[in-house]
Design a binder for this molecule. Structure first.
Ligand SMILES: NC(=O)C1=CN([C@@H]2O[C@H](COP(=O)(O)OP(=O)(O)OC[C@H]3O[C@@H](n4cnc5c(N)ncnc54)[C@H](O)[C@@H]3O)[C@@H](O)[C@H]2O)C=CC1
Ligand SMILES: O=C1O[C@H](COP(=O)(O)O)[C@@H](O)[C@H](O)[C@H]1O
Length: 257
């Protein structure tokens, strides 16, 4: 089983959710271009993911890489996603192969497929009486240049798996918010990912055996237009949270024990 995990983009929100649930479960090496602001588990490397030498060094002795670092803004300009998301991701995959890492888990995004949300389908597809469902086998259909960069990351992962036998899981993360689902935002509620489910999903990505996977990273929301069947089957994902259990910030239904 994987013992040592390199987490890139560790100082961000997704990193916070993962470490909040899994800080004590692995030997962590954290990497970010921003230094840590509070106590973190393990060792912290301050580096840019486009620095091939620093990234390769950070991979020494690592079993699994969770690659989060990048520009997360849906409106990010091309020069930023080209550098941080595409070039940076290629640097991470290349270093992982060179270092003999077993698996790379790549933080992809709902925006890689955002343009399936056509004018004809929305807002109905965000609602419970609609059954439109994406399952991860569909081609990318990005809604912005940020989404293009995430589709490129998935394709880089496919290449590094096929050519170098690296295990790769691409998680098309929905909308991560802490404490409760987004308020007054149907789309965000349908693709809500709670902090608890986020940590659990990435834990499954560290522990499971797989070749190349694209899965959706959302909670078990009553209304969802992203299937979590593949995440359940390939990774053993068993989410506990559901945006329908909330009324605004209040949780009004307890999940089954
Ligand atoms: N938060 C969300 O709901 C979603 C996040 N994602 C993806 O998950 C990943 C993490 O997102 P968040 O934690 O929300 O973003 P964030 O902005 O909170 O964290 C990203 C971290 O990456 C670091 N970083 C950025 N470029 C870097 C570089 N070139 N070298 C080293 N470090 C760099 C930043 O300093 C930051 O700490 C991103 O790749 C994002 O695209 C995908 C879908 C939804
Ligand atoms: O990929 C991402 O998606 C989430 C959700 O998208 P949004 O369009 O509903 O805001 C976004 O919040 C996050 O910043 C981004 O990285």
């Amino acid at each position: 089983m994987a013992q040592s995990v390199l987490l890139t983009g560790a100082a961000g929100r997704v990193g916070d959710a993962i470490l909040g649930g899994l800080a004590d479960d692995y030997e962590w090496r954290l990497l970010d271009r921003e230094p840590p602001t509070d106590d973190q588990p393990g060792e912290f490397v301050v580096a840019d993911i486009t620095d091939a030498e620093a990234v390769r060094e950070a991979m020494d002795g690592i079993d699994v890489v969770i690659h989060l670092a990048g520009d997360p803004r849906p409106e990010a300009p091309w020069n930023s996603v080209l550098t941080n998301n595409i070039d940076g991701t290629q640097t991470v995959f290349e270093a992982a192969v060179d270092a003999g890492v077993e698996a790379v888990v790549f933080a992809s995004s709902n925006h890689a497929v955002g343009n399936y949300e056509t004018d004809e389908r929305t807002p109905e597809m965000y609602r419970e009486d609609d059954d439109y469902l994406l399952d991860g086998t569909e081609l990318p259909r990005p809604s912005n240049l940020y989404g293009v960069s995430k589709a490129a990351g998935e394709t880089l992962g496919r290449y590094y798996h096929d050519e170098h036998d690296l295990s790769v899981a691409c998680v098309r993360i929905g909308n991560l918010t802490q404490g409760h689902p987004p308020i007054d935002y149907e789309r965000g509620q349908a693709m809500w990912l709670s902090y608890r489910d986020c940590a659990h999903l990435f834990d499954r990505c560290i522990r499971a055996d797989y070749d190349y996977e694209i899965v959706y990273g959302i909670s078990d929301n009553d209304r969802k237009y992203y299937s979590i069947a593949r995440a359940r089957a390939a990774l053993g994902y068993d989410p506990q949270d559901n945006s329908a259990y909330y009324d605004g910030e209040e949780q009004v239904v307890e999940p089954d024990a």
